[in-house]
Design a protein around this ligand. Structure first.
Ligand code: NAP
Length: 461
C-alpha cells in the first residue's frame, strides 16, 4: 500500500525544476549512451546492473546499484537489456509494481515472437506500466549527437500518464515523441528498425528492370543492327548515346507511372460507383510509392540533362560537324537554314527545359521540410496540377524530338521502333485517359463518389 502510494506521488506533475531520477537497467551500449544523454539533460541517473562495480565507461555522475536497489530510486525504469534476459524481472515484480517500465528492445527478425517484446514485458511484470520507446534510435546516434534522421521517437503504451512521462523525457532530450497509441502498436514499432527502404523496393526493382530492358533494346537497335547490316562499329555509343537514350526514356516512363495509378483508381471507382471498397493490393502499394518513383524519374532526368550538355565536346559530334563543314567547303555550297527544323529544334529544347524545371520543383516540394510548410491543398496543387503539366511538357518534348520517327519506315530496325517511340506509350495513355476523365459526364460522378456518394449504397437510410 505504502509502495503504491509513493509511486502515485512520484507520478504527480513536479512543481520544482529538478528532474526526477531515471533508472536504467543494463550498462551495455544503449544504456550508457542514453545515460550520458539524460545526464546532459539534467536527469539524475542510477544504473541497475548485475555487477555494482561501475565499469569505466559509465558516466561519472551516475550511480551503479543492484537492480532492486536502483529500481527503488526511480519511477521510470528504462530496460536496456535484450528480451531473452527479461526473465529475471519476474523476481523484482513487487519492487517494480506501479513503476513505468520503458521497453526499448528490438529483434533480429520481423515478427520474431508471437507477441511484441513490450507485451511480453507487461506479461512478466503485470503490476508495471509498460511503455515502448527509443527502439528506433541507435546508441551510436545518441552518443555522437547525429540524430538528424532519427529525431522521431515512437512511443506507445496503455497507461496515458506513464506514456506522458516518457514523452516528456523524450522531449527534454531534444527528440520528438510520436504517440503511436496503445501497447498493441509495439509490434509494428519493433519492426521499423528492421525495414530496409520499404517504400523504395518496388521503384528500385522497376527502374533496374526497365534499365536492363532498354539497355539491351538500344544496344540491339544502335550497335548490333548497324554492325550486322552495314558492318559499322558503333560500340562507342554505349558510353553516352545509349545512356542518353535510356535516361530520358526511363524518366518519362517513371514520371507517367507516378500518375498512372491515380488514373486507374479513378476508373475503378467509377466502375464500382463507390470509394468504400479497397483497391487491389498491388494498386495500394503502387500508390504508396509514387513519391519514390517520381524521385527516381527526376534522377534519370537530371542525368539526361548532364549527358546532353556534354554533347558538343564529344569527339564523334566534333568529327561529324567538321566533316559536314569541310564537305560544304569542298562543294562550295552552303546548306540553307531549314526554318522548320530550327523551329522544331528550339521548341523541343524549350519544352525540355520547362518540363525539367517543373520536375525539379516537384522534387523539391516532396522534401519533408518543404511539404510540411505547405497546406494539403497547396501540396495537391503542386503535386497534381504542376505534376501533370510537367508530364505534358516532357511528353511534348519527346514527341517533338522523336515523334516524326513513327512515320519513317527506315526508323524500324528488325521491326523494332526507336526507344523514344516506346517511351511515349505510357505517358500518352495516362494523358489521354486523364483528359477523358475531365469531361463533366465522368468528372461529376467521380467527384461525388470521392465525397462519399454511392451508386448502390450498402446501408440505406
Ligand atoms: P548490450 O551492449 O549487449 O547490453 C545489454 C546489457 O544487458 C548488458 O550490458 C548487461 O548489463 C545486461 N545483461 C546482459 N545479460 C543479462 C542477463 N542475463 N540478465 C540481466 N541483464 C543482462 O546491448 P545494447 O546494445 O545496449 O542493447 C540493449 C537493448 O537496447 C536491446 O534490447 C536492444 O535491442 C535495444 N536497442 C539497442 C540499440 C543500439 O544501438 N545498441 C538501439 C535501439 C535499441 P549489466 O552487465 O549492467 O547487467
Amino acid at each position: 500500500m505504502n509502495k503504491n502510494s509513493s509511486n502515485v506521488m512520484a507520478m504527480a506533475p513536479s512543481t520544482s525544476n529538478k528532474r526526477e531520477t531515471v533508472c536504467i537497467f543494463g550498462t551495455g551500449d544503449f544504456g550508457r549512451a542514453l545515460g550520458h544523454k539524460l545526464i546532459q539533460s539534467g536527469y539524475p541517473i542510477v544504473f541497475g546492473s548485475r555487477s555494482t562495480q561501475a565499469p569505466s565507461l559509465i558516466p561519472r555522475d551516475a550511480e551503479v546499484l543492484s537492480h532492486a536497489e536502483a529500481a527503488q530510486k526511480a519511477t521510470v525504469i528504462i530496460i536496456a537489456i535484450q528480451r531473452q534476459h527479461y526473465n529475471f524481472l519476474t523476481q523484482l515484480a513487487e519492487t517494480l509494481h506501479g513503476k513505468v517500465l520503458v521497453d526499448i528492445s528490438n529483434n533480429l527478425k520481423m515478427n520474431q515472437y508471437p507477441e511484441s517484446n513490450a507485451e511480453n514485458l507487461a506479461q512478466l511484470v503485470p503490476g508495471a506500466k509498460v511503455v515502448k520507446a527509443f527502439n528506433t534510435v541507435s546508441a551510436w546516434a545518441l552518443q555522437s549527437g547525429t540524430l538528424d534522421a532519427s529525431r522521431q521517437v515512437f512511443v506507445c503504451g496503455d497507461n496515458m500518464q506513464a506514456k506522458q512521462m516518457v514523452m516528456d523525457i523524450v522531449r527534454s532530450l531534444g527528440l520528438t515523441p510520436v504517440d503511436q497509441g496503445s501497447l498493441l502498436a509495439a509490434r509494428e514499432i519493433e519492426n521499423y528498425p528492421l525495414q530496409l527502404f520499404p517504400m523504395w523496393k518496388f521503384p528500385i526493382f522497376l527502374s533496374l528492370g526497365l534499365t536492363a530492358f532498354f539497355f539491351f533494346y538500344c544496344l540491339t537497335y544502335n550497335v548490333i543492327y548497324p554492325y550486322v547490316h552495314e558492318n559499322q562499329d558503333f560500340s562507342f555509343y554505349i558510353a553516352i548515346t545509349i545512356a542518353n537514350q535510356i535516361c530520358p526514356t526511363l524518366a518519362l516512363i517513371l514520371l507517367a507511372s507516378v500518375y498512372l495509378p491515380g488514373v486507374l483508381a479513378a476508373i475503378i471507382q467509377l466502375y464500382r460507383g463507390t470509394k468504400y471498397r479497397r483497391f487491389p493490393d498491388w494498386l495500394d502499394k503502387w500508390m504508396l510509392c509514387r513519391k519514390q518513383l517520381g524521385l527516381i524519374a527526376l534522377a534519370f532526368a537530371s542525368l539526361h540533362v548532364l549527358y546532353t550538355l556534354v554533347t558538343p565536346i564529344r569527339s564523334f559530334i566534333k568529327w561529324r560537324t567538321s566533316s559536314q563543314t569541310i564537305s560544304e567547303a569542298l562543294n562550295n555550297k552552303t546548306e540553307p537554314l531549314n526554318n522548320t527544323n530550327a523551329w522544331l529544334g528550339d521548341s523541343y529544347l524549350a519544352l525540355g527545359i520547362l518540363g525539367f524545371f517543373l520536375f525539379v520543383l516537384l522534387g523539391i516540394t516532396s522534401l519533408p521540410s518543404v511539404s510540411n510548410s505547405v497546406n494539403w491543398r497547396e501540396f495537391r496543387f503542386v503535386q497534381s496540377k504542376l505534376g501533370y503539366l510537367s508530364l505534358i511538357l516532357c511528353t511534348a518534348h519527346t514527341l517533338v524530338y522523336g515523334g516524326k520517327w513513327f512515320l519513317y519506315p527506315s526508323s524500324y530496325r528488325w521491326y523494332l521502333p526507336h526507344a523514344y517511340m516506346l517511351s511515349l506509350i505510357i505517358p500518352c495513355i495516362v494523358l489521354v485517359v486523364k483528359f477523358v476523365l475531365i469531361f463533366p459526364c465522368l468528372d461529376k460522378p467521380l467527384t461525388r463518389i470521392r465525397q462519399g456518394w454511392e451508386r448502390n449504397p450498402q446501408y440505406s437510410e
